[in-house]
Each structure stands twice: as C-alpha cells, then as structure tokens.
Design a protein around this ligand. Structure first.
Ligand code: ADP
Ligand code: GLC
Length: 486
C-alpha cells in the first residue's frame, strides 16, 4: 500500500513525548513490511544541522493563509528503504526555539503555524508521485487535514481522494483557538459549525479531525473506551460517541532496535534476560552519575516524564517523602510545569544522596534510567498508551502503574494473570493508593525469587512493533475498501 503519515513530532528529528517515537516506529515497520511510506513533519530549528543527509526537494508551496499568501519549501531524506520523510520548511513558523512554546507559553501564532502545516500535508497528499491511498494523521496539529481534503474532493476536482484516518494520542491537547482563526482555513462557513470544526464558539483542530476523518483511532483499546466517558472525554465524549464508526484502539509497540539492553551504545554494560549482571553495572553507574550513594542493594525508584498533571507527578511528589526514611533512592528526569519542577528540585536538596532530580530533556539519560532503575513509577491520571512502562518491562525495571488507558492494557498484575505477572497496578489516583503500591514494590524487591519471576515475565513480554504494524495494515486494508463518504 501507499501510505502518507503526518505528524508534528518525529523521532529522531523532533520529540517532546511518545508521539515522536510512535509515528517514527509505525512508519519504519510499515516500510519493513514492504509498503511505500511517506511521513510529513515540520522542519524545526536545528534538524538540518544535526542530520546532514537531509536534502532540498524540488517542491514549493504557496498558499493563502487567511488574507496572507505564505510560501514554503520541502526537504527530504530516506532513513530506511521504502520510507521517505518530507520536512515542511517555513522559517517564520518553524525556525524558532521550541516546537509549541517559547519562554512565555504557547506561541500565539500556533493556529497559523499548524494551518500552514495542514495545507502542506494536503498539497503533498494530492500531488506527490507517491499518490497515497491512505493518509494517516496524528494529533491536533494535523486535525484540519481531513476537512481540507474533503473540501478539495467536493469542490476542487479531487475525485479519487485518499481515505484518511486520524489518531488521537492525547485528547487533552485539542488545539483550541478563537473563532477568528477559522479565516486561516480559507474554507466556506459551512465548515465552521457545531457538526464540524466549531466547539463552544471557538475553532477546535482536534474536533475537526475527529468529525471529518473517515476513521478515528487511538493508541490503546482501554483509552478508546475511556474517552467515551465524561471522566476522560475532555468535553468531546458526546462527539466521539456519535461517530458512524466507533473509535478503534490499537496498542502502540516498541521499536526494540532502538529500545534494547543488549546492543545499546547509551548503556554502560549490555544485559538481557539470561545475563542480568549488566543491569547491576548500569545501576551503579547511574547512581554515580546522578550523585546518589553508590550501593547495588538499595532499591532505586525512577521516573522519566513530562511534568504535567496527566502524569500524576504531584502524587509522586507527595508519596516519595512518605518512604524516604527507609533505605530507598529516587531519581527523576523531567521537564514541565515550573511548580512541579521546583517541588522535585526541593526534594533533591532535602535528601542529597537519596533523591536525584534532573530537570531537562536528555534522551541518553532516559535510556540509562530505564536500565539502571529497579522500579519505574507511572502514576498517570490518564494515559492514552504510555511507552515508558513498555520500555521498563524490556529493561527489567518493575513498572508500577495506575490502571488506566494503555497502562491497564500492557502491564499484567496478580489480579490479571498470576502466571504472567510483571508489574504492579493501582486504581485510585490518590497519594495513599500510590504509597501502597510503592510499598508493594518494595516487598517484591526484598523477595529475590519474586523479583526474578516478575523481571523475567516483563523482559520476555513481546510488544514489538511488528505486531502493531500488522494491525494497522489490516485496518488500512479495511478502511480502503469502504466507499468514500462526502
Ligand atoms: P507522553 O507521550 O505522554 O509524554 P509516553 O510514555 O508515551 O508519554 O512517552 C514519553 C517518551 O518521551 C518516552 O520515550 C520518554 O523516554 C520520553 N521522555 C519524556 N520526558 C523526557 C525527558 N525529560 N528526557 C528524555 N526523554 C523523555
Ligand atoms: C501521547 C500520550 C501517550 C502515548 C503517546 C504515543 O503523548 O500521552 O500515552 O504513549 O502519545 O502514542
């Protein structure tokens, strides 16, 4: 099949969270299965310098964007056979510090930036020699594409338009703007109604993608169900519930060529399920690097995360001090809300040698923390899929997760299947519930035979992208066979 993906983040070129990992791996594993795959993504600052293989592509854009006329170009690279990445180049929009935000919060022209991106995606989908049969869109930054494609199919002679699908990676980020932003679409007013892109008087990119895509998907079966409820629906539960085709949940995979413990240049020593001694070497090196007391016996709890409410970082900030009198250590790598960052920094200052906090974004350190930690804590309030728990399983690091979204679908606790247990789940998003789960993990850690079993089960669990890519392939085939709707 010929498939074009569009995303605002693509590992290793740009990433703030799991979106970049997911789209990069999906594209790569579809290409490995023999499909012709393109990915469209913005050319942010620094990408060309870091990846000299990226070359200028003979392509120019010139679109109306409201009352302006904006030009842009394309750069391209082929990181794998069958896979081409197209970078949308518009220096005024993308050559700046930060992807979505600057020092003063969200950029105030994000509607312009991502409208331009959406129009570029449509242009490439329509005119590239690839002629994709499927256009697969990811998150709000691409949400206007299905509407723009439908409009061109109806009013601008694009009769054999591709089928499109829209994947929600996080319903909490919707790309909501004032009604005035709709002018940037250069579409008739019929596209700005409650049945379309309008939401409580404003323009909503995510809603536009949801209502106009031929099919909506999300990144785990449990989250697909959760988002139909008021608790998780972020105001869109009714819209989601009324879709002609119910939201489909496909669990993300792991790219084990990237996230592995036996041939990973970022780690101090290789290890795997048969040779665990290298994990101990990684732990000692991590303790040393982070300024923790170097001791292989002390249980080391770790967390790598965006520091936002979704991730339950505030729960962790309260629960860790409740354990701190015991012989434990805690290490965090994260970036996010200043108050949460400050809270963790204060914790590290209060407990030198026991708590280490790194504020910032560091890909290599993320690998080393997964490898050096004993227990990975993910107390998310909601989690569409979550990737760190999957990495933890493979890295032999016991995951503690709240039973929600993809965390519920990927970690097995004693209640799910006693023979395959590989982690600890808790249900209430509260400090006492998290505290109890941390104590449970401590008990497992202190029981070497239990720890061995859980580690083993986790390390042999197979969440490889081969499986998820096959599911997407079957889904694309079914989607392609549907009659095109107006
Ligand atoms: P989300 O996409 O909601 O942030 P996921 O668990 O799906 O959550 O993915 C998070 C990804 O981002 C993982 O690959 C994780 O290692 C990475 N990550 C998050 N914060 C940091 C950080 N501060 N430094 C390095 N990597 C990070
Ligand atoms: C989002 C979600 C996360 C998911 C990732 C990749 O960022 O918050 O749960 O794993 O997208 O799909």
């Amino acid at each position: 099949m010929k498939i074009l993906l569009a995303t605002s983040e693509l590992h290793p070129y740009s990433k703030t969270g799991g979106l970049g990992d997911m789209v990069a791996a999906l594209a790569k594993y579809l290409a490995k299965r023999g499909h012709q795959v393109g990915v469209v993504t913005p050319l942010y600052r620094g990408i060309r310098e870091a990846f000299p293989d990226i070359k200028r592509f003979d392509w120019v854009f010139a679109f109306p964007l409201g009352s302006e006329f904006v030009r842009g170009g394309v750069w391209t690279t082929r990181p794998h056979p069958n896979l081409t990445v197209y970078f949308v180049d518009q220096p005024r929009f993308f050559d700046r510090d930060g992807m979505y935000q600057g020092a003063n919060g969200d950029f105030d022209d994000n509607a312009n930036r991502y409208f331009f991106f959406c129009k570029s995606v449509v242009n490439l989908a329509r005119h590239l020699p690839l002629q994709p049969e499927i256009v697969h869109l990811h998150d709000w930054q691409t949400g206007m594409v299905p509407l723009l494609i439908r409009h061109q199919a109806e009013a601008a002679g694009w009769a054999n338009r591709p089928h499109h699908c829209f994947t929600i990676h996080n319903l909490a980020y919707q790309g909501g703007f004032d009604a005035g932003a709709f002018a940037l679409a250069n579409l008739p007013p019929a596209y700005f109604t409650p049945a379309s892109s309008e939401f409580y008087g404003g323009l909503n990119f995510l809603k536009a993608g949801i209502v106009a895509a031929d099919q909506v998907t999300t990144v785990s079966p449990t989250y697909a169900t959760e988002i139909g409820t008021q608790e998780f629906g972020c105001g869109l539960e009714v819209v989601l519930g009324e879709l002609r085709h119910p939201v489909k949940g496909i669990l993300n995979g792991v790219d084990y060529e990237e996230w592995n413990t036996d041939r990973n240049p970022r780690l101090i020593a290789p290890y795997d399920v048969r040779r665990l001694s290298g994990k101990r070497a990684n732990k000692l090196a991590l303790q040393k690097q982070l300024g923790l007391a170097v001791n292989a016996e002390t249980p080391l709890f770790v967390n790598v995360s965006r520091l936002v409410e979704q991730k339950g970082a505030d729960l962790l900030l309260e629960a860790i001090p409740m354990l701190i009198e015991r012989d434990i250590q805690f290490a965090l790598l994260g970036k996010g809300h200043p108050e949460i960052e400050e809270g963790f920094a204060a914790l590290a200052e209060a407990y030198p040698g026991k708590v280490a906090v790194t504020i910032g974004y560091d890909h290599a350190l993320a690998h080393r923390m997964e490898a050096g930690g004993d227990v990975f804590v993910m107390p998310s309030r909601f989690e569409p899929c979550g990737l760190n728990q999957l990495y933890s399983l493979r890295y032999g690091t016991l995951p503690i997760v709240r039973a929600t979204g993809g965390l519920a679908d990927s970690v097995t606790d004693a209640r799910d299947d006693a023979a395959k247990v590989d982690g600890i789940k808790f249900r209430e998003p509260s400090v006492p519930a998290l505290h109890k789960a941390l104590l449970k993990a401590l008990a497992v850690y202190q029981d070497p035979s239990a720890l061995r079993v859980l580690r083993h089960n986790g390390m042999v669990a197979d969440f490889g992208w081969e499986h998820a890519a096959k599911e997407y392939e079957a889904f694309y085939r079914e989607l392609k066979s549907r009659p095109l709707l107006k």
